[in-house]
Every structure is written in C-alpha cells, then in structure tokens.
Design a protein around this ligand. Sequence first.
Ligand SMILES: [Fe+2]
Ligand SMILES: [Fe+2]
Length: 162
Amino acid sequence: MKKGLYDALRWDHQRLDEVFEGLLNRMHAGDAEAAREMWGAFERELSAHMEAEEAVLLPVLDRFDPEEAGTVRAEHLGIRKLIAEMGVAIELHTLREERVEAFVRALRQHAAHEEEGLYPWADRELPEPAVARLLDRLAAARDAVKRAAHRSSTAAAGPRAP
Ligand SMILES: [Fe+2]
Ligand SMILES: [Fe+2]
C-alpha cells in the first residue's frame, strides 16, 4: 500500500536542499550574519531529519536488512562530521568552496541513496503507527525551525512581548 511516505521524505530532502541553496546565496552575497543564521536553521533541521530516520526507520530496517541500516547510519555519521567542520569554518569565517562542495556532494549522494532504497522500502513496509510517528517528527522539526527563524527575524526589530 502506498502511504505517501516516500513523497513526504523526498520533499524533506528537497526542502533541505533549498535552504542550503539560500545559505550559499547569502554567502556569495557576502552577508555573513544572515549566512550564519541560515546555517543554524539548516543544521538543526538536517539533524532533526536524520534523528527522525534513526529513531523510527532504522530500528525497523534493522530487522529486514541490517547491512543497509548500518550503511545509512555510517553515512549519517560522515555527514555529522562534515556538519561539525562546516560549523567551525562558518564561525571562524574560513569556509572554503571545496569544503562546501564536498558537503553538498555527500549530502546529495546520501539523499539519492535513501530515495533509491530506504524510502521506497519504508513506503511499502513501515507499519502505520511508525509512519504517523515519523511524519509527526518531521513536521515538528520544520515547525521548530520556522519558529527559530521567526524569532531571529523579529529579535532585531525590538523587544518582544513576553
Ligand atoms: Fe538520512
Ligand atoms: Fe533522509
């Protein structure tokens, strides 16, 4: 049965990709402050996306295909390492184009890998309660990022109402 999970997960990848594109545009425009804020939002959202996959999808995949689950975990580990390096480089204003390209490459390869294997499988096999939990988590992550973005854009405008 098709549950729409594939589309929802794929959409999350596309949106993350768009946020990252926006970040690159800010960097190229030399707007370091905006770039730092966008990086914060992107990083939180990507982390929440991976955490949701690890909490809901991978424990089920472990029972079907432990090797594939291990591969996805290893790719997440690699991405987290790159996220940490990117974060430090952005903070220190030492981010170089090659590092950005390596990061985007790793991220897109991982997304393509999941969209070929993990996501079609999840769409077919993931039990309904887990589907609902995963969709909830992804939505909550997006809301949290939106709220944070709103806070940072209104914080500059003056004191907020309590
Ligand atoms: Fe992932
Ligand atoms: Fe993913």
